[in-house]
Design a binder for this molecule. Structure first.
Ligand code: HEC
Ligand code: HEC
Length: 362
């Protein structure tokens, strides 16, 4: 009797193992197929469970094996971030003296009331010139594995030089900035208190990047759900999350930032640019950095946190609504036509990713 029961139990265990392994094998094969150009190894390495440190999260933040990891509120209050440097960085982020005509600050294109981005397809820069790409949000950008659509810089510190020196954006020089800020006693005093070298490009970069590291948006309703509050999102939103996994959006959008940790081609399954037309240099994506034809149209997969607040979408800002961009993802990234009802559910799920900035709901 006992023996028979043990045998049954052994069979059940064996059977579950086979099912799990089969499921894992299938999903990896499937992910490999849908992600086209990505090498399998890179894909599996980039899964959130295998690299929690890279996203600045401790292993204890990872709940179960969900492909999305809740954002830790601790990140925003990181004790290693000196609050005086944060305050200085905040001031510099809003400082128009960082531009050639003293009219543009970082916040002109990365606005608090536009989800940390702006509401335009392309941003308005120095003397009305347009940027060549859509401004991504600065919120949670500290969690992205690299900065910019084509990932050409690795850190927030390095990133600062680009808008400042870019003739289309702020169009100035470090000499001009250092000399202007040195005319302000308050800046001179504050910098001297915080940095032995005083007002220097490196201290300006450091203060701005330190401020940006506080711009994380924890406590989205979806984070509460992941942490175990099953009532934090509605049944429709849960169904939307299920679609997000079933369609395979999670192959590219996963981890703490629901994206921001790999490069992918826009148009894995079908040529997006053939339909859109008029390919510009900026559309070439990573190919502009590497010179390799296989990097043509390859971009950093954007984070989907607060995505409901950051229209228009895509690197070219060509898409107005979430509904539209989800259909595009289905067609060009997954080779699937997503029916309208599922699009609606996916939108509802994405809306649960809107979080809090410095304790205030967005
Ligand atoms: C004229 C508009 C404009 C101004 C001013 C501007 N930005 Fe940006 N920002 C952009 C655009 C456009 C991009 C995307 C460019 C790209 O990917 O090549 C961007 C990208 C970024 C990114 C990368 C985010 C990511 O996820 O890849 C960060 C961080 C950032 N900006 C911070 C700043 C800071 C700090 C300043 C001020 C020193 C600043 N920006 C000034 C338009 C602007
Ligand atoms: C093969 C990888 C891949 C898959 C699968 C994928 N995406 Fe994306 N997604 C991307 C890339 C890359 C971009 C940016 C493309 C660009 O702008 O050029 C993007 C952009 C987006 C954006 C716009 C974000 C912004 O700020 O502009 C949304 C929303 C989005 N994806 C949702 C989804 C949904 C929903 C699914 C599933 C139906 C999905 N994605 C499947 C790679 C992918």
């Amino acid at each position: 009797m006992l023996k028979a029961r043990r045998r049954v139990r052994a069979a059940v265990v064996l059977f579950s193992c086979v099912v799990v392994l089969l499921g894992l094998g299938l999903s990896i094969t499937w992910a490999h197929r849908t992600t086209g150009s990505v090498r399998l190894q890179r894909f599996t390495q980039s899964l959130p469970v295998s690299r929690p440190a890279a996203s600045g999260l401790s292993a204890s933040d990872a709940m179960g094996r969900e492909p999305i990891v809740p954002l830790s509120a601790r990140l925003a209050l990181e004790p290693s971030l000196d609050p005086r440097k944060v305050a200085l960085g905040n001031r510099l982020f809003h400082e128009t003296q960082l531009s050639g005509n003293n009219q543009i600050s970082c916040a002109s294109c990365h606005k608090q009331d536009s989800g940390g981005a702006d509401e335009r397809p392309l941003s308005l820069g120095f003397e009305g010139q347009l940027s060549v790409l859509n401004a991504p949000t600065v919120w949670n950008s500290s969690l992205n594995f690299r900065q910019f659509w084509d990932g050409r810089v690795a850190t927030l510190e390095e990133q600062v030089d680009e808008p400042i020196l870019n003739p289309r954006e702020m169009n100035t020089s470090w000499e001009a900035i250092v000399s202007e800020l040195n005319q302000n006693d308050d800046y001179v005093r504050t910098f001297r208190q915080l940095y032995p070298t005083g007002i220097q490009p490196a201290s300006i970069r450091d203060a701005i990047a330190t401020y940006e590291r506080t711009l994380v948006t924890p406590n989205a309703r979806f984070d509460h759900y992941l942490r175990g509050d099953k009532t934090a999102i509605t049944d429709e939103e849960k169904a939307g999350y299920q679609r997000f996994k079933d369609y395979g959006c999670v192959a590219c959008h996963h981890g703490a930032n629901v994206g921001g940790n790999m490069f992918q081609r826009l148009g894995v399954m079908e040529d997006f640019f053939l339909a859109r037309g008029k390919v510009q240099t900026a559309d070439l994506g990573r190919m502009n950095i590497s010179g390799r034809p296989r990097d043509r149209y390859v971009f950093k997969v954007p984070s989907l946190r607060n995505v409901a607040l950051t229209a228009p979408y895509l690197h070219d800002g060509s898409v107005e609504t979430l509904e539209e961009v989800i259909s595009i993802m289905g067609q060009y990234q997954l080779g699937r036509e997503i029916p309208p009802d599922d699009v609606t559910l996916l939108v509802k799920f994405l809306q649960t990713l809107t979080g809090e900035l410095t304790g205030t709901s967005l």
